[in-house]
Design a protein around this ligand. Structure first.
Ligand code: NAP
Length: 507
């Protein structure tokens, strides 16, 4: 019988650096994990980050107009407020600066190994350790593995015939070419999703002509953005209660929208749709254009976009929406299915990210040589979004079914770490070799989760990155308050626990 391939992380313990924990990624989740470990007195950990900065998606996405569609007083860690946000919806440079400041303030920088791409990790059951390997050959061994690699980190664009033949410049929105001056150029945006609606208003005034290739339209609601004045900064600093109340108010307004996602056609859904229709009607006068911009699926099925600038940009005389499907890309531009040729200098791929294969670039090998990629081949699933049966002592942050359509992901990540830390303590204080969620607990959890998701708006008939072959793998099934309650209850009975030394048997 052929021996199982031991995985990239496997290797002699001798050439590895031993640490208590390895965290993968220095984005929002990885930084949070590092802070929580430190607060718990665990200081010997490393954060392995493939790029040369903290910030994750806020470092990758530097396209013009990049900003967060969750107000900044909520899109920040609860324990690290920033009273000085300059706008209600901060722009990417300010958000990136925030994460850099947090990394600094909480003493994380000495733990971070920049330029370190994790190739794989293999669980060594005898030692109760994860053997982690970087692509450049460096190795670590750790009792705990925390994976904060994100869901939206692999830019993706479709393989369209002739793509490589294009003689102009082409790039993905998450790899923006700031060296390419778009002034006076004929530009195409393939895609009109969450990223595109942010860069289109910025580039439309520069381009001679901007053609937006739209496959489906999106529901868009207003973005109440405004400058936050120095007077308000002073108030937030002097009276933190005001800032806290503002955060609570933003959270509550977002949370009140959950009803619209829970069930298509519900009262809350109709109310949200009316808000979107009123926004469209107020900003677009031309009935033909309005029709092109009105989606044919229930609001919330794809991500609801939040912007005041997109419709005015689309109404500009130098901007057109092309709904005729793309047939091929030619050396000079794009040819549509009806034979129209659009001459172009630049193509921007606003086509999103490869999202179905969670953690795909990392070769994770668990008990008995089982690979996470194989286990998740038909759609990722985890227990409470963070633990995966057969992959002991490993915690995934922003993992399967933890994404939202209506509120802040930072809130969700903090709740995940509330759940992870007692389990980390259990492993270390009881000297466990294995803390592994029982397969039956994971199966029961996912049966219940999928039953709830089946009646949400995401199950409706629209294409979105929330689904993998029809199974909703990315989104949480309920309100964030329900998630909070679930994650406060740390149920050790759902876990198999095996000590490293049999004499110190865990209860
Ligand atoms: P996206 O929302 O998934 O949009 C991708 C776009 O590309 C869609 O318009 C899609 O059309 C189009 N597309 C895909 N394949 C195509 C093809 N073969 N031909 C033509 N068009 C094609 O991607 P994104 O804009 O990068 O955003 C991804 C996620 O990132 C968002 O959902 C959100 O969670 C996050 N994000 C957040 C913010 C924020 O402010 N917080 C900002 C940006 C991004 P269809 O709709 O027809 O599939």
């Amino acid at each position: 019988m052929a021996e199982a391939d031991p995985g990239i992380g496997a290797g002699a313990a001798g050439d590895a650096t031993r640490v208590t924990a390895v965290i993968v990624g220095a984005g929002m989740s990885g930084l949070l994990a590092g802070i929580r470990l430190k607060q718990d007195g665990i200081d010997d950990f490393v954060i392995l980050e493939r790029s040369d900065s903290v910030g994750g998606t806020w470092y990758d996405n530097q396209y013009p107009g990049a900003s967060c569609d969750v107000p900044s007083h909520l899109y920040s860690y609860s324990f690290a407020p920033n009273p000085k946000w300059t706008r209600a919806f901060a722009r990417q440079p300010e958000i990136l600066a925030y994460f850099r400041d947090v990394a600094d303030r909480f003493g994380l920088n000495p733990h971070i190994r920049f330029g370190t791409e994790v190739a794989g990790a293999t669980f060594d059951e005898g030692a109760g350790e994860w053997a982690v390997a970087a692509a450049d050959g460096r190795r670590w061994r750790a009792r705990i593995l925390i994976v904060g690699a994100g869901q939206l980190n692999r830019p993706w664009s479709p393989d369209i015939e002739g793509k490589e033949s294009f003689r102009g410049v082409q790039f993905h929105s998450a790899r923006w070419r700031h060296d390419v001056d778009l002034t006076g150029k004929r530009v195409a945006s393939i895609g009109n999703g969450a990223s595109a609606v942010q860069y289109i208003p910025e580039i439309a005034p520069q381009a001679e002509k901007l053609s937006i290739f739209q496959r489906s339209s999106n529901w868009i609601i207003p973005r109440p953005d405004e400058e936050i004045t120095p007077k308000q900064h002073a108030l937030f600093e002097r009276l933190p209660i005001v800032r806290k109340l503002l955060r609570l108010m933003i959270y509550s307004i977002n949370e009140s929208r959950w009803g619209a996602f829970k069930k298509a056609g519900s009262w809350a859904s109709r109310r949200l749709e009316k808000m979107a229709r009123d926004h469209l009607n107020a900003q677009v006068a031309d009935p033909k254009l309005r029709e092109l911009l009105t989606p044919d699926y229930p609001i919330g099925c794809k991500r609801v976009l939040i912007t005041d600038d997109y419709y005015p940009a689309v109404c500009r005389p130098n901007v057109e929406i092309v709904t005729d499907p793309i047939a091929r890309i030619t050396p000079d531009g794009i040819e549509t299915a009806s034979g129209r040729r659009v001459a172009l200098d630049v193509i921007v791929w606003g086509t999103g990210f490869a999202t179905a294969g969670f953690l795909v670039p990392i070769d994770l090998v668990g008990r008995g040589g089982r690979r996470l990629h194989d286990v998740w081949a038909n759609g990722a699933e985890a227990y409470r979004g963070v633990t995966v049966s057969g992959f002991p002592n490993m915690f995934v942050l922003y993992g399967p079914n933890t994404n939202l359509g209506h509120n802040s992901i930072i809130f969700m990540s903090e709740r995940q770490m509330d759940y992870v830390m007692p389990l980390v303590r259990e492993i270390l204080t009881r000297d466990l070799a294995v803390l592994d969620v029982k397969p039956e607990a994971q199966a029961a959890y996912n049966r219940d989760l999928q039953a709830k998701l089946a009646s949400t708006v995401w199950a409706a008939n629209c294409g979105s990155w929330y689904k993998h072959d029809g199974k909703i793998t990315n989104n949480w099934s309920s309100s964030t308050i329900t998630f909070w309650r679930q994650m406060r209850d740390v149920d050790l009975s759902a876990y198999e626990r095996r000590p490293r030394q049999p004499s110190r048997v865990a209860a």
